[in-house]
Design a protein around this ligand. Structure first.
Ligand code: AP5
Ligand code: MG
Length: 213
């Protein structure tokens, strides 16, 4: 299955990707994770993206489209993929449509996770992320077993710089203006499925699973 996961910052795309990839054999491709990894290792791409990410702005389309073209060459994606955080603008979606037809692939579904802004702010400002593996937690809703330490690999948990309240508010308005139009774009292609992202983690997952099944 080839899927796109669309939704505002904090909607639960990264969190719910785990279950989808486990149950449907898709590979998660998160543009945010790829960019953060590049920043960590200090690549040219990471340096180009850094200031945009810290401010909660989108990295320019050309940079992201080049990056996706590289990523889509990976042979393991033949099993099916789940794009988390891409596309995020209409030009990105159009470039991706062109790439799909070049590769002779098609999308099966665009999952749109809906959560009201007030809850998104609460989710993001209390999110903690593992410095080594990127797994995410929430101080109240999904706490780690031991404070400040990743359950999976014992890595240090930190707060992403773009998860401070002022930047979260900017990211939400960037989503509203630049990414939300994609819901309509994929609705016109008959691919968008809107899912309520409010509720316990397993309740939200059950809704996603019902759509995918
Ligand atoms: P990216 O990393 O993609 O961030 P995002 O889209 O802003 O999304 P998040 O990762 O913040 O949210 P999520 O939906 O994954 O939520 P999560 O599951 O963690 O992008 C970061 C930056 O990179 C961008 O700002 C931009 O600069 C750049 N970038 C990336 N892609 C780009 C592109 N295509 N074009 C241009 N620039 C790009 O959950 C959030 C929290 O909520 C967690 O703490 C979690 O535990 C908790 N939670 C999840 N579900 C629930 C629930 N049901 N109830 C309670 N809490 C919950
Ligand atoms: Mg994420």
């Amino acid at each position: 299955m080839n899927l796109i996961f669309l939704g505002p910052p904090g909607a639960g795309k990264g969190t719910q990707s785990e279950g989808i990839c486990r149950d449907y054999g898709t590979i998660q491709l998160s543009t945010g994770d790829i960019l953060r990894e590049n920043r960590k290792t200090g690549t040219e791409l990471g340096q180009k993206a850094e200031s945009y990410m810290i401010d909660g702005e989108l990295v320019p389309d050309e940079i992201i489209i080049d990056m996706i073209k590289q990523e889509m060459r990976k042979p393991e994606l033949a099993a099916g993929y789940l794009l988390d955080g891409f596309p995020r603008t209409v030009p990105q979606a159009k470039a991706f449509d062109a790439l799909l037809s070049q590769l002779g692939q098609k999308l099966d579904c665009v999952l749109v996770l809906n959560v009201p802004n007030q809850e998104l702010v609460a989710r993001l400002t209390s999110r903690r992320t593992c410095r080594s593996c990127g797994k995410t937690y929430h101080l109240m809703f999904k706490p780690p077993l031991a404070e400040g330490i990743c359950d999976l690999d014992g890595g240090e948990l930190y707060q992403r710089k773009d998860d401070v309240e002022e930047t979260v508010i900017n990211r939400l308005s960037v989503y509203e203006n630049q990414t939300k139009p994609l819901i309509d774009y994929y609705q016109k292609q008959g691919l968008a499925k809107v899912i309520d992202g409010v509720g316990k983690l397993d309740e939200v997952y059950a809704r996603l699973k019902a759509v995918l099944d």
